[in-house]
Design a protein around this ligand. Structure first.
Ligand code: IDP
Length: 142
């Protein structure tokens, strides 16, 4: 598999429980490198734009309310098969279905407050990285 980039977000509930180090440690142990990082408290406009594909769904308002409830850590991760590797580390969207040992199994509080976001495809990753890092990232060459 090729070297890829993916966007990761440590969501407000995981930031609040002081789990940034534990979660980033899992990325690094799995061979994913942090090549951009930014902590921010998203506005309603930013969160709505980021999750535009979910607009109109029953969980949208709760999702946007949660994502703007506190600071998040947004990162670009680089590595072999980074998109699938990150999603494997994250576990299923609904933490009730997340495999033991995954980030969501260990740090989620509910379906909405599921600790982390990860891009689901190369096109999504490109769009999401551009959304948060319009000035570029520190892509690794070694
Ligand atoms: P993903 O984050 O695993 O890619 P998506 O389907 O893109 O999952 O959903 C985005 C986020 O919206 C989820 O991570 C979760 O926080 C929230 N979400 C998705 N579906 C539901 C639901 O049915 N109930 C409550 N929250 C949901």
């Amino acid at each position: 598999m090729a070297e890829q980039l993916t966007l990761s977000i440590i969501k407000p509930n995981a930031v609040a429980k002081n789990a940034i180090g534990a979660i980033c440690g899992r990325f690094e142990q799995a061979g994913l490198q942090i090549v951009a990082a930014r902590m921010l408290h998203m506005s309603l406009e930013q969160a709505s734009a980021f999750y535009a594909e979910h607009q109109g769904k029953g969980f949208f308002d709760e999702l946007v309310g949660f994502m703007t409830s506190g600071p998040v850590l947004v990162m670009a991760l680089q590595g072999e098969d980074a998109i699938a590797k990150n999603r494997e580390l994250m576990g299923a969207t609904n933490p009730a279905n997340a495999a033991p040992g995954t980030i969501r199994a260990d740090f989620a509080d509910s379906f909405t407050e599921n600790a982390v976001h990860g891009s689901d495809a190369p096109e999504t990753a490109e769009r999401e990285i551009g959304f948060f890092f319009p000035d570029g990232i520190c892509k690794r060459t070694r």
